[in-house]
Ligand binder design. Sequence first.
Ligand code: 9Z3
Length: 316
Amino acid sequence: MEVVNNLDDMVKSFFDSAPVLKDADNISNKLSKFINQNASLPGSEGPRRVVCVTSGGTTVPLEQRCVRYIDNFSSGHRGGTSTEYFLKAGYSVIFLYRRGTCQPYCRSLPDDPLLECFKLTNDSSIQVHESHAEAVKSAISGHHDAVSGGYLLKLPFTTIFEYLQILRLIATSLKILGPNAMFYLAAAVSDFYVPWESMAVHKIQSASGPLDMRLAQVPKMLSVLRKEWAPTAFCVSFKLETDTEILLEKADTALKKYKMHAVVANELSTRKEVVILVTESGKVSVSRENSQSDVESPLIKLLVEKHSSYVTDINA
Ligand code: 9Z3
């Protein structure tokens, strides 16, 4: 495998060798329609703001006709919940999510909502179980209002190739909104991948013995996003660690190295209770109010304030 070190070359090599994004034209059309519509809507302070929320983990296929893949952990709860709070705060949301992960407005539903929330009556019509009626009504109405109002656009991905290609399309389309656009990058993104051209085409045979594989490093697209794709957008990335000792140091490094406007640091086991918001002006611990509430509520409130100051400063 050819080893490429320079970031620009790594980025070029990643995109050049990625399999062609299916549906790229359709995605681009949906994006430009959504962004143009929202650009003409008034927000509470100036034009309506649009945030791209990424959610869920990316996969790294090991075979072109993929039977096996490496996955990154993320249930999509953070992204789905945050989307609801952004919509509530008056933002429009492009929700870039891993297929099959948690969706906005669905977190109060059971794991298999279709089979668990509904029942057949004696005359074979479908009825909602009383115990789930409130959750179903609020999911349907929340989702319907957001989508039919034109405030929520949902785009799915599975692989690291799809994720980064769609993220690039979103970022370059959002460029026209300048500082009114935000990126909230909660997806768990693979650090390593198998380049398409060096990937086995068919299912790797176990009879060939133990598997040796060399994975290439996924280029640090946060830098590219900030520098090239959407240089004036407000960018928030996430840092996940399982070792608290190194979490804040790593978040600080990400803030500086990738010139993020904010980094949300979280530890795997406590991620639903507390996160630390790291910005140039310091670190703030953000906790949920009680076990019934969401840490995303105070987090989004803080980020919306920071985004407002950012827009004001840029326009001053
Ligand atoms: C996160 O840190 C998210 O908060 C979680 C949310 C994935 C922990 P859930 O979806 O969990 O609610 O189950 N996301 C970013 C993870 C990540 O891969 N960050 C990279 C890193 O830490 C930077 S892009 O190096």
